[in-house]
Design a protein around this ligand. Structure first.
Ligand SMILES: Nc1ncnc2c1ncn2[C@@H]1O[C@H](COP(=O)(O)OP(=O)(O)O)[C@@H](O)[C@H]1O
Ligand SMILES: [Mg+2]
Length: 320
């Protein structure tokens, strides 16, 4: 009579290394295999090969394979601002691309219901997410960043009529999607500090938050509001980023400061928060963003400030 030990012995060596246990009773072989580190496709293939190998053994009527995988430790990082138009989405997209370039597995959730812009920023407007059962499968952008956006789930303009519960459930579906090996999930929050934001923070507990501000005083008051939102939700603030911080002239390459400079850094200091860096106001950033070419995807003057902020975030992730 066939035994579990015999089944184990008869496994080809290349499959046996994955197998952690074999049980055999009433013609049914049950194998537990360790698929840690294998991608989805490789894990499916392993399962198929194990089934084929074991079902050919005499006396085995049925084979069940349970795959274990080490759970990816995924951390959510929220990117917020007190108001719209400060470059929150631009920063989120470029941070994601820069982190991916430095070897991290990154995903982006575009939670901005009324003004989703990540599909454009990450050049993924033409790809729609698929689903497995109830679970959404994010789109792979060409920059090595996975993406789900409200803009991919509803037609432009349609979400405007949505009420709280609907937006909440759509947001939940994006957060609980099949993120696979993604270890850092950046969430582009809707601008402002309303209920959607607070609920989202309380429900999905980001590991940390980044606040974006422009150098103007008014924007900084808004940034303070965003800080309060994160503190209220007990989300650790990683730091402040100053965007549009000085104009980089495309003609002469010289910098100037139409909105003043250093305001966000001083504010960060006064508020007891870290300052993560400053992104210049540059025509090239706007043009590249509109055409789905995030500056952070390339080496160069415009990508560099994003890469520096991404390094700071990377340090924080390694420390936290
Ligand atoms: N540093 C920058 N230099 C030039 N244009 C920028 C910069 N940051 C953002 N923009 C532009 O400003 C507009 C608003 O940016 P966006 O990222 O959509 O802001 P938010 O998400 O905060 O509403 C966009 O047209 C974007 O291309
Ligand atoms: Mg935005």
């Amino acid at each position: 009579m066939t035994t579990a030990a015999e089944i184990e012995q008869r496994l080809p060596a290349k499959l046996a290394t994955f197998v952690r246990s074999v049980r055999f009773a009433d013609g049914v072989a049950t194998l537990v295999a360790d698929a840690s580190g294998l991608g989805r496709a490789a894990a499916t293939e392993l399962e198929r090969e194990l089934k084929a190998a074991v079902s050919s053994i005499e006396g085995v009527a049925d084979v069940r394979v349970a795959l274990m995988a080490d759970k990816v430790q995924r951390r959510i990082i929220a990117v917020g601002s007190g108001k719209g138009g400060v470059g929150k989405s631009t920063l989120t997209a470029n941070l994601a691309v820069a982190l991916a370039r430095s070897g991290r597995k990154v995903g982006v959730v575009d939670a901005d219901i009324y003004g989703p812009s990540q599909p454009m920023l990450l050049d993924a407007s033409n790809s729609k997410p698929t689903a497995e059962g109830q679970t959404l499968i994010p789109v792979e952008s060409e920059f090595g960043v996975k993406l789900l956006s409200m803009g991919q789930l509803v037609e432009p303009g349609k979400a405007i009529a949505w009420r709280g519960p609907m937006t909440g459930s759509a947001l939940g579906q994006m957060m609980d999607a099949q993120w696979g090996d993604v270890e850092v999930l950046l969430v582009d929050l809707p601008p402002g500090t309303g209920d959607v934001q607070l609920t989202m923070l309380q429900k999905f507990k980001p590991a940390g938050a980044i606040v974006v501000s422009t150098p103007q005083d008014l924007a900084l008051i808004d940034a303070t509001r965003a800080l309060d939102l994160f503190r209220q939700a007990n989300v650790p603030v990683i730091g402040l980023v100053e965007n549009m911080a000085g104009y980089l002239c495309p003609h002469c390459g010289k910098g100037s400061d139409p909105f003043g400079s250093g305001g966000a850094e001083a504010a960060a200091r006064a508020l007891g928060e870290d300052f993560l860096g400053r992104i210049p106001l540059a025509m090239g950033i706007r043009v590249a963003s509109d055409t789905g070419q995030p500056p952070a995807a390339n080496d160069g003057e415009l990508g560099e400030p994003f890469a520096r902020v991404a390094d700071r975030l990377g340090d924080w992730l390694d420390r936290a």
